[in-house]
Design a protein around this ligand. Sequence first.
Ligand SMILES: Nc1ncnc2c1ncn2[C@@H]1O[C@H](COP(=O)(O)OP(=O)(O)OP(=O)(O)O)[C@@H](O)[C@H]1O
Length: 307
Amino acid sequence: MSTQAAIEVTDLVKRYGDRDVVDGLSFEVRHGETFALLGPNGAGKSTTIEILEGFRTATSGSARVLGHDPAHGDAGWRGRIGVVSQSSADIERYSAREVLRHFASLYRQPRDVDETIERCGIAPFATQRVGRLSGGQKRRVDVALGIIGNPEVLFLDEPTTGFDPNARREFWGLIQELKGEGMTMVLTTHYLDEAEHLSDRAGIIAAGKLVEIGDITTIGGPASRTPRVRWQDADGRWREQQTDAPAQLVAALAGRLGPEPAGLTITRPSLEDVYLEIIGQHPVAGPAHPAEATAAALAPALLGGTK
Ligand SMILES: Nc1ncnc2c1ncn2[C@@H]1O[C@H](COP(=O)(O)OP(=O)(O)OP(=O)(O)O)[C@@H](O)[C@H]1O
């Protein structure tokens, strides 16, 4: 196997008008790794992913996916890439089985259609027209289409939007299986428990810039993961303290307040807590589309605000 990373991004920029919506990104994704790109709405995640998929061209900088520039990826390269994008494929008139059969025929080493249908939880509605399926059911078909070509690298842009909790858990299981097969995956999601569950590493983007990158369990640094102890004091007031020695603090509290201090909890900050803290330190991007500017201007009026 090549020692080269599966994906290499260096100083990547995408400019719309006078705004760099992707503003000098650099990161790597190793072979077999699941990498999450996290960030608020409009941060530049989809734009970055679509450049890596070869669907948009970068303004400057470089991207390499399996050693190729995606902007010039040939059919052989494309066959090694799988895509689950935010917008569903235009397949409304056909059944999931028909569409999957068709797409499978376009690849050299596709997955088995029936097995894919089973694994993606499509079997109960595989013969219905995609246009009649619910949002979550359609999303499962999108996922199946993303993997039918048996790709080496799979891009998943908010793959579980619209899934019910059960479908999301099933999807997580599928991703773990694909990971076990050695597939490299790049994932965007606003569900941070999903990112925590599925990813090895994550990059956090704010206003087009990478503001943090690291292992999913340690991103943000040790200080941001310090446990929090919460309890109710003798006067009934809630108290909270962050400490690296929660057991010692609890022992001290027990000495002062009795063996079972009221309301006692010890929590370790989740990825969501860490993410919110990091994002809180970075300004949100302004609107790039004229329509966004209009919507932003109208919002206070629509919401009954005065500003
Ligand atoms: N074709 C375009 N022309 C102008 N601006 C664009 C275009 N496509 C995207 N943008 C702007 O680029 C910025 C980044 O968009 P992008 O879709 O990459 O964000 P995102 O991080 O994926 O957001 P979300 O979480 O909402 O999907 C946004 O401000 C968006 O309006």
